[in-house]
Design a protein around this ligand. Structure first.
Ligand code: ACM
Length: 516
């Protein structure tokens, strides 16, 4: 019976009752105080989208049974050391009205999305229920690569809104890579005038030989105003934006704009093919200072605690070959290129920490010794995350085997061209972000989990939807539910109803397997 509410991700506890709450032109949306208002405004916005009713919003608690009340036990969010707040909320729909309450204002945003799902299915006649809910993990993220293909502000906001619909709370924007730099930096204007544009793009799969290219330039970057809009749009939904500046590898576009940051003085051109570039930052003092300046400007625009500094797939060939870099290694007392990368990352992590923020990087940052104050995003499996958690560092589990949605979701014979791999809906659903090998004490360092949308083979927003959904629905369950609540057939059943809601939002789904 409760499965018929078809809430995705499923809620912790739900009971139904025989009441029906009618949303009508007489209904008002009440916020008990000013800190509940943003969630009330968001709810009224969704109600208008779904029912066309423009309901008045009021502050106060003197409600009648035909009103909706949003209230919190604590009027201010209390942040943990990582910038997260407890998201516990309760939703009661019964003869006394519709009451959404939360421990802290942040929890209201999660309950609003549940109400939105019920409105989408039942329109103005909400079914009686009592829901008690809270997430298992505090970090429930989704990543979007806007470098390989640029997605405009509208598409990014739509992506954020759909993530929020699934009670996810972190959207990671991969803003820079070999194939394009996507944000303005006042100190280095060529990052947008030069590095945001590539002249061509490889056709078909990167591994196809002979390799061929189109001759269409691909370009784009967000203005500061657009970034502020994106951050604000996310904040209005209780979503944090995690910006990534990937270094010291994945920097070919930036090195094209500023060849002095590289190791060869070459101007390589913004990369037109996928795969990993050999171009890597020169770890000399002036390049490190430039990166700190960039991070300062990033921190001005992105207010959340965490800043992603990349660290993945940095080929060390140019470091091996460069006399200057070898001398720099000796000067820093690093005995290997991996250790040199660690020094580089540690310097950036310290810089971020000196501004009261936290740096997170891909698991390669463990290789030459993990910087004291860096957190780890574990993508090559869970091993890096396990190692970091055992060392007392915060981690996000993002193993490619279960959370990379650029992978195929079905047979490559019938699916559109993808990068490779196979991450089925069921695999995404079954994922348990907490490895058994961690003790309860160590498990506390697992902040949560994240899904990844790398976009080499995702050229437009329709295809982005196709690769994201339905797998992100399954991922959201894995991130939200308690580990014992695994029931794939029940999930598939709920998805039949949920899919219609997503289609109403204009989101194109890949086919949902009907059997397990
Ligand atoms: C990655 O997939 N290179 C983090």
């Amino acid at each position: 019976m409760e499965n018929s509410f078809a809430i995705v991700p499923d809620v912790k506890k739900i009971t139904s009752n025989s009441s029906v709450f009618s949303v009508s032109s007489q209904t008002k949306v009440f916020a008990d105080n000013s800190s509940s208002l943003p969630a009330a405004i968001l709810l009224a916005h969704y109600i208008q989208n779904i029912t066309t009713l423009a309901l008045p919003i009021r502050e106060g608690e003197s409600v009648t049974p035909q009103d909706i009340l949003l209230s919190t036990e604590n009027s201010e969010n209390v942040l943990d050391q990582n910038g997260f707040t407890d998201e516990t909320y309760t939703l009661s729909i019964d003869d006394s009205g519709c009451h959404l309450s939360a421990l802290y204002p942040m929890g209201l945003f999660r309950g609003v999305q549940v109400l939105r799902q019920l409105l989408s299915t039942h329109s103005t006649n909400l079914p009686g229920c009592h829901i008690e809910d809270s997430p298992r993990f505090r970090w429930r993220g989704v990543h979007l690569d806007v470098s390989r293909h640029f997605f405009d502000e509208e598409t990014v906001c739509r992506f954020i809104d759909a993530a929020a619909y699934h009670r996810l709370n972190v959207v990671h924007l991969h803003l820079t890579d070999d194939q394009g730099w996507r944000m303005p930096i006042d100190a280095f204007p060529r990052l947008t005038s030069v590095a945001s544009k590539r002249e061509c793009t490889v056709l078909g799969h990167q591994h196809t030989r002979p390799r061929t290219y189109n001759d269409q330039p691909h370009e784009g970057f967000y203005t500061k105003e657009q970034i502020q809009n994106i951050v604000e749009f996310a904040a209005q939904r209780g979503v944090h934006i995690l910006p990534e500046i990937d270094m010291p590898g994945h920097m070919q576009a930036a090195i094209t704009a500023y060849p002095e940051w590289g190791c060869t003085q070459e101007k390589p051109g913004v990369r037109c093919s996928w795969g990993i570039s050999q171009h890597i930052l020169n770890p000399n003092e002036s390049t490190m200072k430039a990166m700190e300046t960039i991070l300062d400007e990033v921190m001005e625009l992105f207010p959340w605690t965490f800043i992603h500094i990349g660290g993945d797939e940095a080929h060390k060939y140019q470091w091996d070959e460069s006399r200057e870099v070898q001398e720099r290694m000796a000067e820093l007392g690093a005995t290997s290129e991996e250790e040199l990368q660690s020094r580089f990352i540690a310097r950036m992590a310290n810089h971020v920490a000196s501004r009261g923020r936290k740096a997170i990087g891909w698991d390669e940052i463990l290789e030459g010794g993990l910087a004291e104050n860096a957190s780890v995003m574990s993508w090559r499996g869970e091993e890096g995350g396990i190692e970091a958690a055992k060392k007392g560092h915060d981690v996000v589990m993002a193993p490619m085997q279960s959370t990379y949605f650029d992978h195929y979701q079905g047979s490559p014979e019938t699916e559109p061209l993808g990068i490779g791999g196979l991450t089925t809906l069921e695999k995404a659903y079954m994922y348990n972000p907490l490895p058994q090998s961690l003790s309860p004490e160590e498990s506390r360092f697992v902040m949560g989990t994240q899904a990844q949308l790398w976009t080499e083979y995702i050229p437009n927003s329709n295809h982005l939807d196709y690769m994201t959904y339905p797998r992100l629905c399954a991922f959201a369950e894995a991130a939200w539910r308690e580990s014992e609540k695994v029931d794939y057939p029940a999930f598939l059943e709920r998805m039949q109803i949920h899919k219609k809601r997503m289609e109403e939002l204009g989101i194109q789904f890949a086919p949902i397997p009907t059997t397990t």
